[in-house]
Design a protein around this ligand. Structure first.
Ligand code: NAD
Ligand code: LMR
Length: 341
């Protein structure tokens, strides 16, 4: 045990380290800040002590959202940018979160959004490549399985691609998995964390329930049902909103949680590990260049991509169903950038 003076000195040093960590300058930009996700995401980022400056951009309404959020009594500064101010919004950003684009309506798949969202994401990525190529880019806009390759290919064209800094945000699948597992086991969701791997749509979403204390005993029909619910949780919200869009509030929570993890990694916090959809070697030999698995985040973005670990026969089957769909979605994104000027 420490003597009292030593313990006091250690505590003071710890406090200094904490406050200097929190004070380090971190500008976060939200592209699509006026939307259903963008607004609550901006609110949650305003509450994050790791964010010192918040830059809110949208083709509609961002200055209003910024004025509103800026009154919240946390230390970060907030500025809103109108449609013609994208470059200014991106200037100096360390982390850029992109929820810009259209959401689903009942009866649509995420892939049905491709025609509209692909060019939105490509054009935003081109601006990022020009203005803030060193930023970590967190893509929320669907279909994530295709929009992440679109960002990567756009960066490659501009000669600024660093695979360590482009992320697809799959955190909502992880959030849902913990919540749904807690509902059937009565565990606290914080103890029911599930690694969800693969991609972000239907069969490409692969929960590894066997790797958790509370999930490994789930079997039979209960297992089938929870896997289906994790894979198609987005549909529940789209159906309930009945034409008014898809998940916004839970997504804002998930997006803020992921941005917080990226920021903690950038600041050198050790052991920040979360699933995210990145350029990955795990299934590259099968032509699947991007894959979500547990990733350790660090000062340069992706620090280490973890292997999947042991899978059950059911999980092997889910993975086998995931890979061909994911491959197609990725190729569609790659082709889109390389076929357009
Ligand atoms: P929304 O329509 O409410 O908001 C989208 C916003 O993007 C609007 O404010 C719009 O003006 C803006 N926008 C459009 N084009 C833009 C551009 N070129 N630059 C900047 N902003 C632009 O939609 P939403 O509910 O917020 O959903 C946004 C996207 O997020 C959708 O594609 C949806 O499918 C996706 N999403 C992803 C996840 C996930 O888990 N990754 C979860 C939920 C929703
Ligand atoms: C989700 O998982 O809720 C999002 O991808 C939105 C959607 O279209 O389902």
């Amino acid at each position: 045990m420490f003597s009292r003076p030593v313990a006091r000195a250690a505590l003071a040093a710890q406090k200094r380290a904490f406050s200097s960590t929190v004070r380090a300058s971190e500008k976060v930009a939200v592209l699509g800040a006026g939307g259903g996700i963008g607004q609550p995401l901006s609110l949650l980022l305003k509450l994050d002590p790791h964010v010192t400056s918040l830059s809110l951009y949208d083709i509609r309404g961002a200055p209003g959202v910024a004025a509103d959020v800026s009154h919240i009594d946390t230390p970060s500064t907030v500025k809103g940018y109108a449609a013609d101010q994208l470059d200014a919004a991106l200037e100096g950003a360390k982390v850029i979160v992109i929820p810009a684009g259209v959401p689903r309506k009942p009866g649509m798949t995420r892939d049905d959004l491709f025609n509209t969202n692909a060019s939105i994401v490509r054009d935003l990525a081109a601006a990022i490549a020009r203005v803030s190529p060193e930023a970590c880019v967190c893509v929320i806009s669907n279909p994530v399985n295709s929009t992440v390759p679109i960002v990567a290919e756009t960066f490659k064209k501009a000669g600024v691609y660093d695979p360590r800094r482009v992320f697809g945000v799959t955190t909502l699948d992880v959030v849902r998995a913990a919540r749904f597992l807690s509902e059937i086991t009565s565990a606290d969701p914080k103890d029911a964390v599930v690694t969800v791997v693969g991609g972000h749509s239907g069969a490409t979403i692969v929960p590894l329930l066997s790797q958790t204390q509370y999930g490994k005993g789930v079997a039979g029909e209960t297992y089938e049902k929870i896997v289906h619910r994790i894979q198609f949780g987005g549909d529940e919200v789209v159906k309930a909103k009945d034409g008014a869009g898809s998940a916004t509030l839970s997504m804002a929570y998930a997006g803020a949680k992921f941005a917080n993890a990226v920021l903690r990694g950038l600041k050198g916090e050790a052991g920040v590990v979360t699933p995210t959809f990145v350029k990955s070697p795990l299934f590259a030999d099968q032509g699947v260049e991007y894959f979500s698995s547990n990733v350790e985040l660090g000062p340069n973005g992706v620090e280490k991509i973890h292997p999947l670990g042991p899978l059950t026969a059911e999980e092997e089957k889910l993975l086998a169903a995931c890979l061909p769909d994911l491959k197609k979605n990725i190729e569609k994104g790659v082709q889109f950038v390389n076929q357009t000027a």
